[in-house]
Write a protein that binds this ligand. Structure first.
Ligand code: GCU
Length: 663
């Protein structure tokens, strides 16, 4: 399938005269990263301005010139940082490494697309989070777990694809500062278990080389039970000498055969995946065994904390899935090797439209940590509904954990500020596939773009990111910009309004997680209950209930524990409340449910109406793709509204104050 260039389409016309005055690029482009950087720069000038700056290798002439771009070595700068400034009419990109120059080039192109002035330009940046990664859940048969934009462009029929598209993929990632990617699903089975064998080394090396030339490290998801499933040993016990020796040999082989390999991501003892629990060992035992083996090659072991009992009985009110990540890992704090990073989902459940921040953030003090978010919109409209997630990520990052006097937010923790760590950062479950536009919904690309930019520089606002993404993707037209900005900035709020209310989550159809089904998971084994009866709804996670609220540091623990101080949007996550309880907003729970569901649909109608006004102003293909999705969202948001309102009207017997139609 063909593919578009997303925000690197360089189709807009940059008119600013200053930029047109650039006629030379001074660079030594023998290094492959520099070669890519320079050719990107030339492409941008050619496509946006129809000019082709000449490439010169001798930078001694620069001083005598104006209207050139040159690269300068600045050893003081951090490896991925850059400084772009104007000097006598020339643009200088200073960095200490090729990666810094590459990022500098993409920054300059962004400035060009935004038509910033060259005169007096002075931009100094370095990434705030050391690791900025994508996690693809791609299977080797070509399908994608929770994929909503076609099939995998990495795999098909158990083979690895190395296609032209990969280069554009790498450019897109590098352009927003993403420096690592895990290409296969965390649920490692069948052929994927063999990725660490010579069956796949050649193709993996090719991929890894393409990525390396864009400053990106290749990572793989690993099957914890590989020694057994590859038929070589009959145990995967992390304390067995034989198993340890096997991994040492294996890591040696893999790291020498695949240059630039960053390491491995592991989902163990979770949702049926094997892990150290089978042998009565801890997650530290498991992770440390792999880390020890990967250590000589600088390899990282990224170990996921998404560990919970997925065979719960709904009658059991004591077991709380929300507690499980914390309970499984807290005692292991400080026992992991230095090249282990724990990867923690943003919330304690599973990427719902609203969840509290995972209580492990701020609790773990002596362990490398990474934040995992999901831009694949599994529970937020599956890339058929528009749902711009950056405002949610901003909230998560700015959450105060109170783990330290200063620098105590989630952002501080995963940037390494709080506990002085260098192996930390943020990962997003990817939303890409082989669809022509990469992300199914054209507007979902704003999540990919925003994620990378945010991990590099969390100080940018969600609105700024949306705004620049729109300009870079669709050009400068004011109406286009204002309309799409309105849609993006209201989309998460709208989705939350017609979805499960007040932080309770779920209420989706089991297994594929799309569309409303209030009791879909209620009597199932997954630990995801809303506990609605005729009097009220919500899970009691206070000290009267599961005690989950107490896992936070003060004052968060008390704030969540008390229904009077618990924020409305999370009330039902923490408390079981009667339908006539008055929220802090002044509305009753039941009236809030009715109102938000009606208003959420009205907001969608407004978004769709405004979008339709853009006909003729957007590329036709993109317009039609989006229009089809918007029409679906309009219908589907009504289904959410009616299912949820009818369910709670029938359960509670309380009528809508405004007398609207509820079935
Ligand atoms: C969710 C998702 C699964 C995925 C899992 C994970 O439960 O539905 O498809 O495997 O998260 O993060 O491991």
């Amino acid at each position: 399938m063909g593919f578009e260039q997303a925000w690197l389409s360089y189709r807009m016309n940059v008119e600013a005269g200053e930029w047109k005055g650039i006629s030379k690029i001074y660079a030594d482009s023998r290094n492959p990263i520099m070669k890519n950087a320079v050719s990107e720069l030339q492409k941008a000038f050619r496509e946006m301005m129809g000019i082709e700056p000449v490439l010169c290798s001798d930078s001694r002439e620069v001083k005598a010139d104006t209207g050139s771009i040159c690269f300068k070595l600045d050893r003081e700068r951090k490896a991925e940082g850059y400084h772009i400034y104007e000097e006598d009419g020339n643009v200088v990109i200073a960095a200490s490494s090729e990666c810094g120059w590459l990022y500098g080039v993409f920054e300059l192109i962004r400035q060009m697309q935004m038509e910033s002035s060259i005169k007096g330009m002075n931009i100094e940046r370095e990434p705030v989070m050391p690791l900025r990664m994508l996690n693809h859940w791609d299977n080797m048969d070509g399908s994608i777990e929770r994929g909503y934009s076609g099939n995998s462009f990495f795999f098909d029929k158990d083979e690895i694809l190395v296609e032209e598209r990969i280069v554009t993929y790498a450019r897109l990632l590098a352009s927003v500062g993403i420096n690592g990617t895990v290409i296969n699903n965390v649920n490692v089975k069948d052929a994927a278990t063999w990725l660490i064998t010579d069956r796949y080394f050649e193709k993996l090396s090719q991929l890894s080389e393409i990525f390396a030339d864009y400053g990106i490290k290749l990572f793989l998801s690993l099957n914890y039970a590989a020694p057994v499933e590859l038929g070589e040993l009959d145990s995967a016990d992390p304390l067995s000498e034989e198993v340890r020796a096997w991994w040492k040999e294996r890591m040696k082989l893999v790291f020498t055969q695949i240059p630039n390999l960053g390491g491995f991501l592991i989902k163990a003892d979770s949702e049926g995946r094997p892990g150290p629990f089978t042998y009565g060992r801890t997650h530290a035992d498991g992770a440390n065994m792999l880390a020890e083996a990967a250590e000589p090659y600088g390899g990282l072991i990224i170990w996921r904390c998404f560990v919970y009992n997925c065979k719960q009985d709904w009658r059991d009110y004591k077991t709380d899935r929300a507690r499980s990540g914390y309970d499984n890992f807290i005692e292991l704090d400080g026992t992991f090797r230095d090249n282990v990073i724990l990867q923690i989902k943003n919330g304690p459940m599973d990427f719902q439209v609203r969840e509290p921040v995972h209580p492990l953030f701020g609790a773990l003090k002596a362990t490398n940590q990474m934040l995992e978010v999901q831009i694949a919109q599994e529970y937020t409209g599956q890339q058929r509904h528009v749902c711009y997630l950056i405002p949610m990520f901003k909230e998560i990052l700015s959450f105060h954990t109170y783990a330290a006097e200063v620098n105590d937010t989630v952002e501080d923790i995963v940037s390494g500020k709080t506990f002085k760590q260098t192996k930390c950062g943020m990962a997003a479950v990817a939303n890409t596939g082989n669809d022509e536009n990469w992300t199914g919904h054209d507007l979902a690309a704003a999540n990919l773009y925003g994620f990378g930019r945010l991990a590099f520089d969390p100080s940018v606002t969600a609105e700024e990111l949306a705004g620049e993404w729109i300009i870079r993707t669709f050009g400068k037209d004011k109406e286009v910009r204002e309309t799409l900005l309105f849609i993006l900035m209201n989309s998460w709020r709208a989705y939350e309004m017609y979805n499960a209310p007040l932080g309770i989550g779920w209420m989706v159809n089991p297994s594929y997680h799309y569309g409303p089904s209030v009791d879909g998971y209620e009597y199932d084994r997954w630990g995801t209950y809303h506990r609605a009866d005729h009097i009220g709804i919500g899970v009691d996670r206070s000290h009267h209930g599961t005690g989950y609220a107490g896992l936070y540091r003060e004052p968060n623990a008390s704030m969540y524990d008390n229904p009077e101080s618990c924020p409305d949007e999370l009330l039902l996550f923490f408390h079981h409340m009667p339908y006539d309880h008055r929220l802090r907003s002044g509305k009753t729970v039941i009236q809030h449910i009715y109102d938000t569901h009606f208003e959420g649909v009205e907001l969608v109608d407004e978004m769709v109406k405004r979008f339709e006004g853009l006909e003729g102003k957007l590329p036709d293909k993109a317009y039609r793709r989006m229009l089809e999705r918007f029409h679906h969202q309009k219908e589907h948001s009504r289904e959410w509204r009616d299912q949820i309102n009818s369910y709670f009207y029938r359960k509670s017997g309380i009528a809508d104050e405004k007398g609207r139609k509820i079935y």
